[in-house]
Design a protein around this ligand. Sequence first.
Ligand SMILES: *Cc1c(COP(=O)(O)O)cnc(C)c1O
Length: 378
Amino acid sequence: MSNSQDFIYLSPPHMGGKEQCYVQQAFDLNWITTAGANVDGFERELASYLQLPAVAALASGTAALHLALLALGVGPGDEVFCSTFTFVASTNPIRYVGATPVFIESEPTTWNLCPTALEQALENRHRNGKLPKALMLVHLYGMPAQLQEIQEIAQQYKVPIIEDAAEALGSRYKEQLLGTFGKVGAFSFNGNKIITTSGGGALVSSEEEIIQQTRWLAMHAKDSLPYYHHTIMGYNYRLSNLCAGVGRGQLEVLEERVQQRRKVFENYRQLLQDVEELEWQTEPDGFFSNRWLSCFTIRQGSRITPEELRLQLLAANMESRPLWQPMHLQPLYQGCDYFGEHTSDDLFNRGLCLPSGSSLSVSDQERVAEVIRKAFSA
Ligand SMILES: *Cc1c(COP(=O)(O)O)cnc(C)c1O
């Protein structure tokens, strides 16, 4: 009997096979710490993939975003514009550095930052005489934001972009990999992301100086003296050499994982093409999503709510999740300024993420699709 009735997770880790070799090497050399050949190798290999001179391997994507803000000199009294439709890890670091987030709405095509809302917000701050210190731009579920329009507007006001590409490793906009558009970019290698180090992240930039400064800050900002001498406050944010070993194995299969996740999305779309209530996150021409998660919204006025569907899937041993609850609706961020038309409120109310792992079998996908089809035909 196969184990085909086992619980189907949303986005489980998917090892490539070489991870344990790299971890074993770390044991063999006894480099069980936050430095070593795997950290160096992981940084080199990720940089090469992204075609950047260097990257900084860190303990999490959140740490990368924290150091990204510091790299741009964001501090108390500053505002940072941020996609409202995101995970809280995009916005908390803005508060870590004592700055204030201002939330910008999504547009309905990509579900990412709306260029028009951004323009309105920048005009408003320009009139008031103080522009934001940075724009935190998120590529949700791997889908590129409208980069050309957003870059043009941000450049016009000279506001640097931090790309939160935590969910978007391997995605491209007009052939260029996401994470490499902003002045700095951040990736996450948390267990649920497209590739994982179990827990980890990276800060990337085309400016090597930023990478060096970031590594230094991530190791307590120790001045180069034989004794422990510190001029500024640093952090303990370096990636472990064991985790980096996992990451090196995962990087070898990254492109395969992207193709597999895209295939999962295409399969769902085909299997569910006759369910007219479903509206899938669209990928415009020139946009290439890694399809980290396969998600849809349920058409207005449908008999089934996303929550009912989630519970039916759960009863059938399948994990699904609502789309991110936007930041402007979080009690944590109550009272923050907000620009836009509440597009993400609607996405949150009508959306659902399906099991999307790159290891998901076709037969398991058929089981998921069957539950959904039944729910809508009942
Ligand atoms: C996962 C994620 C992060 C944070 O990454 P961690 O490695 O979990 O700290 C940040 N932003 C977004 C959009 C994410 O999905």
